[in-house]
Structure formats: C-alpha cells, structure tokens
Design a protein around this ligand. Structure first.
Ligand SMILES: *Cc1c(COP(=O)(O)O)cnc(C)c1O
Length: 462
C-alpha cells in the first residue's frame, strides 16, 4: 500500500471479494471426507452458518428443558474462557476455586446438614451425574457385601425415570427393578418401592420433575419407608434424587418442602445447570451429602499447585466456560433473582394450563410444582397429537407429542417447558395457534369423513 491508495487485486483477491462471489458457493460442500485444501474463513463461516438455518429456532423449542438464552455479560465470560481446560487445575487454579464455591452453594441450597463434609463435582449434565452417583452407591454396596459371596445388585426406580437410569443399569450391570406406571399414576409411590427392595438394592431413585409430566415423586414418603427398613432389617438403602429440573426451582419457590439432604436416606442429588440453572448446554452437578458416600477407590487425583486435587468424573478434559457461567448466574441472580425468574415461569405455565383447560379440548395433567405443562386431548378425535405437533411446526413451534411409559403407554401427551424466555405474550400466541390448528384439523377430518356436512358440497352438485 503506497500513498494512501488501497490496492485491490483485479484477480479478486481473497481478502476483498464479497463472500457469496467465492467459488465455494457454487460447488458442493465437502461432506464425508476432509477436503484436501481449505477455504477462506469467511466462506467456511458463511457455509456453516447458513446450513444452521435449516435447524429449528431454539427459542421455539417448547419441549426442551435446556437453556436457550443468557445475558450478554454471561456470553462475554463464556467467550473469554472458551480455551480453558477445566482439568488443568495447575494452570487455572481460580477456575477450580470457583468450581468448589459452586459445589458449596449447591450443597447448602440442598440443605446439607450444618458441618457436613459434603462433596460434589461438575459434570457434562445430569446423565453423567446420575451414572456417577449410582456408581458410588454400587461401590458402597459391594464393600458392605464383601466376604458374603457374590450377589446380584439391583436398583429400584420408576418407568418415568429418564433413560440415563436404564443406561446406568445396563452399563454398570445392575438389575433394574422398574416400577410401572398406571392409567392414573405417572410417578412412583412408597408402596411400590417396598415390594421391590432387598439387601442387594444399591439405591432407590426418586425423580423431582419427571420428563414425562413434570411431576415430583414422594421422596419424603420413600425416605420414611427406607428409614423403617433400616431400623427393622438393617438394610441401609440410599436414595439418589434426580432433581435435574426441580433442583434449581423448588429451593427458591418452595424452600420449606423436604425432598433433599434434610431427609436421612437422601445421600446424593443431581441437578442440570443447563436446565433451570439457566446456563447453556454442557453442565450438570452431582452432590454427595457426605464424603463417606463416595468410596475413596473411585476418586482420582490430579496435580494442583504441587498438591493433588481429587476428581470424580468420566471425562478428563472439559471446558470451564459453563462452570464460570453458572457462577455468574448465582452471583447475578442470587436467591431472590432465581425466585423471581421461576415465579414468572410458574405464572406463565399456570396461564397456559388454564387456557388449555378452559378450552374444553384439552386435559392438563397435574404438575403444579414446576413450570412444565403437559396435556392430552380431552375428546376422541380422528387426528392425533402427533399431527397437531406437525401442523404447529408450520408456525415455527416445536411442541413434542409422545406416549407415557408403561402401563400408561396408550396415553399420548404434549409438553411445554415454560422457560425464562417464554413470556406471557408467547403463551398467548401459542395458545391461539394451538386452537387454530386444532380446529383446522378437526374441520378437515370431519369434512373428509362426513361429506354431507361439508359446506363445500354445493360446488360439487351436477
Ligand atoms: C434432563 C433430565 C435428565 C438428563 O439430564 P441431562 O442434563 O440432559 O444429561 C435426567 N433426568 C431428568 C429428570 C431430566 O429432566
């Protein structure tokens, strides 16, 4: 560049060509083999960016529990720390410190007894947290059994539990004793737990906020049962509470409710940071009530400032970004802020549930504790919720339809997870669109099957 004159290559210098004039936009994009040569950054960016438009819009993903929006300041923190590997505690001691602070905050949020030696870890999500929590209980069972010959461990949970519970049973070779649902019962109860436990039960699972209906299981009753069993038979069976959703809701909206470490047999709890913890995907938490609930053989040590630091995870390397984003939310919102956000979600969920119920077309399945609205058709229709879901897609809404687990498998429901960003305005629009689409499907089906009442009959007379 000389005397202020900008030189532009007449051969279309790569730095100055308009993006879409590049040849990469009239050629097929490499799909299944790494290309021999690369391409300019602007082209690679635009190609991937444009393909992402084919995905749904995350804001309209009503079925998803995971966070789709964070504040710009949180995003800035995430960007600033993208390159940090969380496991490198020697290099990033302050990230390790913040991780420990969050474990402390959550253990106290879940009412760990004063002075308790709780411990915990960040995980990829609740799935990893559940595998690790249950693995610890399996190990404890194994140690207790030592010297009494081999036994087949079992675990008791409901058919309404998340698939990661079945995964644990298969991967870690524990017999799953699954409590079926009934036509009018979509969670487990203490009576159905009682008939399935024995001395080889490594743990009972209780879900606070099932993915099927959002309902909470009666942890306190199950705890009473297991306390009695411990006294009468000497079986000390721990409860692992899957609080993937409720763990960041109930402590703020209903702190008096006892489902957590206040209950004697509750020894471990998982929660998803990336659900109502309000952090983007990639973060869960596992908290043990006491160090003795995590057998020492399962803990590995990494180097930390010349000292060693215990770790209990399935992965080694992982990002620090979401852990820091979680800390941001905890500082930024405080208990009062989380409570306000959750109260808004509950109010909007209540509004939507009320409108659906009042329409006469839908029956809302009760789950007032969490901002999750599950509903089914009230009347026999010739179209299914799956068709309603498909038609709503035309307006952009992604509203899942699915069947409940056995023995309620013939019930098809639809679910809206009311997240922070689902405003009253969105709820009104959604309800209006649901009714419009329902009525269109209803009318089309009736016209098809009963042509005599078709208003268009006149046009076809000869
Ligand atoms: C979401 C969820 C899981 C799985 O959690 P991830 O964080 O997605 O791994 C497990 N249990 C319940 C009740 C859930 O809602």
């Amino acid at each position: 560049m000389v005397s202020g004159k900008v030189e532009v290559s007449d051969t279309g210098g790569k730095g100055v060509s308009p993006t879409y004039s590049l040849r990469y936009f009239r050629e097929s994009v490499p799909k299944y083999e790494i290309p021999a040569e690369g391409m300019p950054a602007q082209a690679a960016y635009q190609l991937v960016h444009d393909e992402m438009n084919l995905d749904g819009n995350a804001a309209f993903d009503l079925g998803s529990f995971t966070t789709t929006w964070m504040e710009p300041e949180a995003e800035r923190l995430i960007m600033e720390n993208l390159g940090k590997n969380f496991i490198d505690r020697f290099e990033y001691p302050q990230t390790a410190e913040i991780h420990q602070r969050i474990v402390n905050m959550l253990a106290r949020l879940f009412n760990a007894p004063p002075g308790a030696a709780f411990c915990g870890t960040a995980t990829a999500g609740s799935s990893e947290a559940i595998q690790l929590g249950l693995l610890a209980h399996k190990w404890t069972w194994k140690k207790k059994r030592a010297g009494r010959g081999p036994g087949q461990p079992n675990i008791v949970f409901g058919a309404d539990a998340h698939v990661c519970w079945d995964k644990f049973a298969r991967y870690f070779e524990v017999e799953p004793r699954i409590i079926p649902m009934e036509k009018d019962r979509f969670i487990i109860d203490a009576a159905s737990v009682r008939t399935r436990i024995d001395e080889n039960t490594i743990a009972v699972g209780a879900v606070m906020g099932t993915t099927f209906t959002g309902a909470c299981e009666p942890v306190s009753e199950i705890n009473d049962l297991l306390v009695r069993v411990r006294e009468e038979k000497g079986w000390d069976i721990p409860i692992h509470v899957d609080a993937a959703s409720a763990g960041f809701v109930l402590p703020f909206t209903d702190p008096g409710r006892e489902w957590d470490f206040r209950l004697a047999q509750v020894r471990s709890i998982n929660v998803s940071g990336h659900k109502f913890g309000l952090v983007y995907p990639g973060l869960g938490w596992l908290i043990f009530k006491d160090r003795s609930d995590l057998p020492g053989d399962l803990v590995f040590y990494v180097n930390y400032l010349g000292d060693t630091m215990p770790t209990y995870t399935l992965n080694f390397s992982r990002g620090s970004d979401m852990i820091l984003a979680q800390y941001y939310n905890l500082l930024r919102l405080g208990r009062a802020g989380y409570r306000t956000v959750m109260d808004n979600c509950l109010a909007n969920a209540g509004y939507l549930a009320g409108r659906l119920d009042g329409s006469g077309k839908f029956e809302v399945l009760g789950a007032p504790d969490l901002p999750i609205v599950t509903f089914r058709f009230k009347e026999d229709t010739r179209f299914t919720p799956f068709e309603l879901a498909q038609k709503l897609r035309e307006r952009g809404w992604m509203l899942p339809a699915y069947n409940l687990p056995d023995n309620a498998g013939d019930i098809t429901v639809m679910r809206v997870v009311v997240r922070e960003t689902f405003s009253r305005d969105m709820a009104e629009n959604l309800f209006s669109d649901i009714m419009t689409v329902y009525n269109i499907l209803d009318r089309t089906e009736r016209e098809r099957l009963e042509p005599t009442i078709s208003p268009r009959r006149g046009h076809h007379t000869t």
